[in-house]
Design a protein around this ligand. Structure first.
Ligand SMILES: C[S@@+](CC[C@H](N)C(=O)[O-])C[C@H]1O[C@@H](n2cnc3c(N)ncnc32)[C@H](O)[C@@H]1O
Length: 368
């Protein structure tokens, strides 16, 4: 190839990627809701009389188009992948700082406390916990997925930055979204006599959802956080010791959410927040089973995760789909998951299905 034709190819590739990146960034959460996701949707009225749309996914869609395959191929080229995500990361930090999120300062503080975090990580590390193969996947463009300090230290920043656009760029958008999740959960529980005392958060991460539980359920006496990442658990532990009111009510365990050390029939609430879209379908099914095991009869499972309708719209853009495949490797599996059916088959009764934001869905189900 002559130098000139090599240059032309490079320019075309960079232009395509640039258009795609801009589309991805712009579309990430600003989603039009006028396109139907799945071919079979059923209107369901819950026992409480709430009308819900329960979507059943159509097999395979977005990952089959030639355009997707083309972008997927481009992103499989390490140098292009690294350049693209390098640019995206740089733009992200700039965008965050413009919004008033002090990304660099926050990260510097975190890195400065790394020795303390490392000591928490080794205290919490359970040598008997075997990390399953699926958990080594590259997630959110971190090569080591959830098993590295970068992903743990940046978790709260990403949560703020990604959810802000849903709330007119308000930096507490993630708190508003989680508050809505808790309101929906409380709405279901308040219809019963249950005064929850024990809650477990499966895949608690840095505790963003778990540490909000008590604000809505002040009767809670003991909360358990489960996570496979000692990095995330260390950040969670740091908050527990230094920031969280009633930190001594929380216990953290390094374990798979699908095989937790929590006793059977012991919990009033089991949460699964933003974990299912990061998990193979069989793992989410196993976690549902585990939630059923640890809940008391009459206890509630509550799940917050991405709204599949929005996802389907996003993923119709082949470039976005290719990016998602690299950053959220199990998204296709999540889309296949039929949450309602899986929960009902296990012996849950669906109490609420509602939106926590225009991109997030909540399922609340009672263990019969
Ligand atoms: C996106 S974060 C969500 C964290 C938290 N639930 C929240 O609402 O912010 C997903 C978390 O789930 C954890 N996770 C994913 N699969 C898991 C599994 N099978 N068992 C335990 N933790 C898991 C990850 O390590 C990560 O901390």
């Amino acid at each position: 190839m002559t130098k000139m034709s090599a240059f032309v190819v490079l320019v075309v590739v960079v232009a395509v990627i640039n258009v795609g990146v801009n589309g991805y960034v712009a579309n990430r959460f600003n989603i039009k809701k006028n396109i139907k996701l799945y071919s079979t949707s059923t209107d369901v009225v819950t026992a409480s009389g709430v009308s819900i749309i329960d979507d059943v996914p159509e097999e395979g869609t977005m990952f089959k188009s030639p355009a997707f395959k083309f972008f997927d191929f481009l992103l499989s080229i390490p140098i292009l992948h690294d350049v693209l995500f390098g640019v995206y990361r740089k733009q992200t930090v700039e965008k965050a700082e413009k919004l008033g999120l002090k990304w660099t300062e926050f990260m510097n503080d975190q890195w400065n406390s790394l020795n303390t975090l490392k000591s928490y990580a080794s205290e919490l590390n359970n040598v008997n916990t075997k990390i399953p193969d699926y958990f080594y996947a590259t997630i959110h463009a971190y090569k080591d997925g959830n098993l590295c300090w970068e992903s743990a230290l940046e978790e709260d920043l990403w949560s703020k930055l990604m959810i802000a656009p849903l709330y007119n760029n308000a930096l507490d958008g993630d708190v508003q979204m989680r508050s809505k999740w808790l309101s929906i959960t409380k709405r279901a529980i308040d219809k019963t006599d249950l005064k929850p005392k024990y809650a477990t958060d499966l895949g608690c991460g840095t505790g963003l959802s778990m540490y909000m539980l008590e604000s809505r359920f002040p009767s809670l006496e003991s909360m358990t956080g489960i996570d496979l990442s000692t990095y995330k658990l260390a950040v969670c532990e740091n908050k527990r010791r230094n920031e969280v009111p009633n930190g001594d009510k929380y216990k953290l365990f390094h374990a798979p959410a699908e095989a937790s050390p929590v006793a059977s029939n012991s919990q009033d609430i089991a949460c699964l927040c933003l974990v299912a879209h990061e998990s193979p379908e069989w793992v989410t099914q196993s976690i549902f089973k585990e939630a059923h095991r640890i809940l008391k009869p009459g206890g509630y499972f509550t799940m917050l995760d991405l709204d599949k309708e929005n996802l389907e719209v996003l993923l119709r853009n082949p470039f976005v789909a290719a990016i998602y495949k690299r950053t959220e490797p199990y998204m296709g599996e999540y889309i296949k998951l039929n949450t309602r059916k899986e929960l009902e088959n296990l012996g849950f009764e669906i109490s609420e299905v509602d939106s926590a934001s225009r991109s997030h869905k909540v399922y609340v189900a009672k263990k019969l």
